[in-house]
Design a protein around this ligand. Structure first.
Ligand code: SF4
Length: 225
């Protein structure tokens, strides 16, 4: 049985306050600083996959200092993009995808990042996570939930869903999370996942929502640090 909507709301309200003491995730920070520049948010999100936030942020800064638009970035060689974004995970694949995305944006979308899920998914390296985040952060969509590994893991630990993949989690969350919270789920749970509900050794004893969390699948011992 999934958690009742009132408990989900209570958890989200508690997290909204609790995350204020922590730094924003890298992509949100970039979206704020760069006044929701769609292209830069898209590229930063592509870089962030399986990469630590500090590394994503530094790599994005180096790349944007050199090129900020699909046209200027499209003129860089794959080698140069690789050099600028190293050491993000899979930097070679990501450099190729960024170049191919620049080309497609210019050829098909007149250099503008599209605003629909279907069109965003045409871009190389863009999956539902990236597309949802761009729609939420740039196009201010209130109809999307962005699910990455943190959101997937914590939603399952909280008992909100019982799913095996982030895509399944996304669809399940649309059914259980009250609609007004959809755009906030990613920010709240990613921040919590980086700081408290970590993949290994979640800090349950100091967690602001421990009273409301059934800790599904969490091993008995949890770190206090
Ligand atoms: S109580 Fe533990 S498992 Fe539950 S959200 Fe907090 S840190 Fe995660």
């Amino acid at each position: 049985m999934t958690a009742p909507p009132d408990r989900i709301k209570q958890i989200l309200r508690t997290l909204r306050l609790a995350i204020r003491r922590y730094e924003e995730p890298a992509v949100e920070k970039i979206a704020d600083e760069r006044t929701e520049d769609a292209f830069q948010v898209l590229v930063a999100t592509l870089l962030s996959a399986r990469t630590q936030d500090a590394t994503t942020y530094a790599a994005s800064e180096r790349l944007f200092a050199r090129a900020r638009t699909p046209r200027t970035m499209g003129k860089l060689s794959v080698r140069e993009v690789e050099r600028l974004i190293y050491p993000v995970s899979f930097y070679r694949n990501k450099a190729r995808n960024i170049k191919a995305t620049c080309r497609l944006l210019i050829d098909r979308f007149r250099g503008v990042v599209p605003s629909t899920m279907e069109e965003l998914l045409m871009l190389p390296g863009v999956g539902r996570k990236t597309a949802n985040l761009v729609l939420i952060l740039v196009h201010r969509s209130r109809k999307n939930i962005c699910v990455d590994t943190h959101v997937h893991r914590i939603s399952n630990r909280l008992g909100w869903v019982k799913t095996r993949t982030p895509d399944e989690t996304e669809q399940a969350l649309y059914r259980v999370v009250p609609r007004r919270w959809w755009p906030s789920v990613n920010l709240f749970l990613v921040t919590w996942g980086q700081q408290v509900c970590r993949p290994v050794h979640p800090r349950c004893p100091v967690c602001a929502i421990s009273r409301l969390c059934p800790r599904v699948g969490v091993p008995g011992r949890s770190a206090r640090r």
